[in-house]
Design a protein. Structure first.
Length: 631
């Protein structure tokens, strides 16, 4: 447990925990909320004091804006209300005497002693990040590649975002179960198996291209009748063509039948088929693992929880819905209806076959009932929105909205947007194919390396004289950092343009900018050549406005992580770290470190440098981006 630091930022309500006490904004919120209650009475219990950081530090650090809204509600001049709040507020130990400005804003300046005290308390491994009290696991469903299908950019996003969310929740001490819901079961896979067999491909020498071809051919066969007949009917193409098509379709029908038989045999555990099927998975996973390693994500084959894992659960799922009267037969198929929408959820086909949705019901049941997760997070592209809405509603109907120990389950779909090319259309190669994941990563890595090598050519660069291997390794971190940051720094649901030039730039809202900021602080500290023990014990001196700004920025880190974890929004971390890098830059411009006026001041500033470095490294780590030491 974290030590209780009672006096931090003065008097706190007894039920607020340590971490709220290191957050000046939270402390002010408590104090002013109490004051509003005292000044205006019980009707105003728990009103939001509306605390905002000031844009101009001359007026203090924070503004309390509540009097505007309260004045309106009370039909009294806001300034008068502000005055009453001021008379009631107890800011002892926390802030200087506040002032009323304009129509009724209250300007507050945190006491330097309170800032120093708070900084001292975050200067620990936790850096001010509050541990979660929830001991239930969280499931993160990420990656979701499909056996025999090329990995595409959507799987890249799912993996990067899911990994970052996992790291953020783990940072707060949550147990995270990363689960890769591999598409490894069902008719398409059986069709691929069948196609590979008739093509006479040696499965022990199976290559990804073979799988890809078999998958595509299989898809063509599956869709043939529908497509062909549609065209014939649409365009009135004539009897010859119809006969031809019918013959073709007969062939296709035979193949579909063969695939269906293959599936049945597979489901019944035919030893040879199962072993062949495993070879398909292994081949797909070899390519995936290659990519996961490049990506530096905490995901490996041990996290595979493919659709096949749930295959024996499916009949039980159907029973649950039928026995509970939650599903009805409709033209032979089994569907779940929802009170608020037309669209039903299909959970069993009329031929008895199961669907993607059936497996997902089995998976969510398993996660909640067997794994006791109280938060299940699906990182899947936005096009599957309806599917997850149906899934979550159906799961709640079946009683899986509560863990076995009675905790409400939060089911979340994190819908993310597409990655677009420079032409604002979905990324395509020149030949019009979908861009593969592997090619994107290779490009990023090679661009990162080129940039790092180019910079190292400069005699004054800190990397000048590094070996080719060292520079390549740094370049790889830069390239991957660039991709990840671009992926995480926006609202996830937005499409974004894959603009390598912009992403890899060392200036602007980019990963390399933050990596560079980190490396720069490392170099400032190294050049100062001061005993780290002396620095970490040096008393902090917060005098200059730039030191104050840096202190306030550093104190935001912990509370921000709590918010990022609550809302599952990695971009909050990006914004925070970017702000920190900029605040640090102006601190470093305005407050000489090595040439500080006194030894005490130098050491205090070095300690601020070190704290900034650790917060940056911690945040980059949560984004899965390497905090590079020298670049
Ligand atoms: N394999 C699916 C696809 O590529 C994604 C799986 C997402 N996870 C899930 N539980 N449905 O579309």
């Amino acid at each position: 447990m974290i030590p209780q630091a009672g006096a931090i930022l003065g008097l706190m309500a007894p039920n607020t925990d340590f971490f709220e006490t290191i957050d000046p904004a939270a402390a002010l919120r408590n104090r002013f909320s109490d004051a509003i209650l005292r000044a205006l009475g019980d009707d105003f219990r728990d009103s939001d004091p509306v605390i905002r950081a000031t844009t101009n530090p001359e007026f203090g650090d924070f503004q309390v804006n509540a009097a505007m809204g309260l004045g309106k509600r009370l039909k009294r001049p806001p300034r008068e209300v502000a005055l009453e709040i001021l008379q009631a507020v107890d800011l002892d130990g926390l802030a200087e005497e506040p002032e009323i400005a304009g129509p009724g804003f209250i300007n507050v300046r945190i006491r330097t002693s309170a800032l120093v005290e708070a900084l001292n308390s975050i200067d620990a491994d936790h850096l001010g990040v509050a541990p979660s009290k929830d001991t239930h696991p969280v499931v993160i469903d990420l990656c979701g590649v499909n056996v025999a299908k090329q990995l595409h950019v959507g799987h890249l996003r799912s993996t990067i975002i899911g990994d970052a969310l996992g790291r953020i929740l783990e940072r707060r001490g949550r147990t995270v179960l990363r689960e890769n819901h591999l598409g490894d079961w069902g008719l398409p896979i059986a069709m691929v198996l069948h196609r590979l067999r008739i093509a006479g491909i040696d499965l022990d020498a199976l290559k990804l291209v073979d799988l890809d071809t078999a998958y595509r051919d299989g898809q063509l066969v599956t869709k043939m009748d529908v497509r062909g007949m549609e065209i014939v009917e649409d365009r009135n193409i004539g009897p010859h063509r119809i006969i031809e098509l019918e013959e073709q379709n007969e062939g296709a029908q035979q193949q579909r039948n063969a695939a269906a038989e293959t599936l049945v045999a597979l489901q019944q555990g035919d030893a040879e088929l199962v072993s062949d099927w495993q070879k398909l998975i292994d081949c797909t996973m070899r390519a995936v693992v290659d990519i996961l390693e490049k990506l530096n994500v905490l995901l490996g084959t041990e996290h595979n929880r493919g659709e096949s894992f749930y295959r024996t659960h499916l009949p039980g799922i159907i029973d649950t819905f039928v026995d509970g009267g939650l599903a009805v037969r409709d033209d032979g198929a089994l569907i779940v209806r929802f009170p608020d929408r037309e669209r039903p959820m299909l959970i069993q086909k009329s031929n008895g076959g199961y669907l993607y949705a059936t497996t997902d019901l089995a998976a969510i049941r398993h996660r909640v009932v067997d794994e006791n997760a109280d938060r299940v997070v699906y990182v899947v592209d936005a096009r599957q929105r309806d599917h997850f809405k149906d899934l979550f509603d159906a799961a709640r109907m079946a009683g899986w909205g509560v863990t076995p120990d009675g905790h409400d389950v939060e089911m979340v779909h994190i819908p993310f947007g597409s990655v677009l090319g420079m032409d604002k259309k979905p990324l395509k190669t020149r030949s019009g194919d979908n861009v593969t994941l592997a090619s994107l990563l290779d490009e990023a890595i090679s661009r990162g390396r080129t940039e790092v090598h180019r910079r190292a050519g400069d005699e004054n660069a800190p990397t000048h004289g590094f070996s080719k291997e060292e520079l390549d390794r740094i370049g790889e971190g830069v390239g991957i950092g660039a991709i990840k940051y671009a992926d995480l720094s926006n609202d996830l649901v937005r499409d974004y343009v894959f603009d390598m030039d912009r992403m890899i730039a060392f200036e602007g809202d980019t990963g390399p900018y933050l990596q560079y900021a980190h490396a720069r602080i490392c170099s400032i500290i190294a050049k100062a050549d001061e005993d780290p023990d002396v620095v970490s014990n040096a008393p902090l001196i917060i005098g200059e406005p730039a030191e104050r700004a840096l202190a306030l920025q550093l104190l935001q880190y912990g509370p921000m992580i709590t918010e990022a974890a609550r809302h599952l929004e990695p971009h909050r971390i990006c914004t925070e770290l970017h702000g920190l890098a900029e605040t640090f830059n102006s601190f470093y411009q305005q407050c000489p470190v090595r040439k500080a006026a006194t030894d005490e001041l130098r050491r205090s500033r070095l300690r601020l440098c070190d704290l900034s470095r650790r917060v940056l490294a911690d945040g980059l780590g949560l984004l899965g981006i390497e905090a590079i030491q020298t670049m």
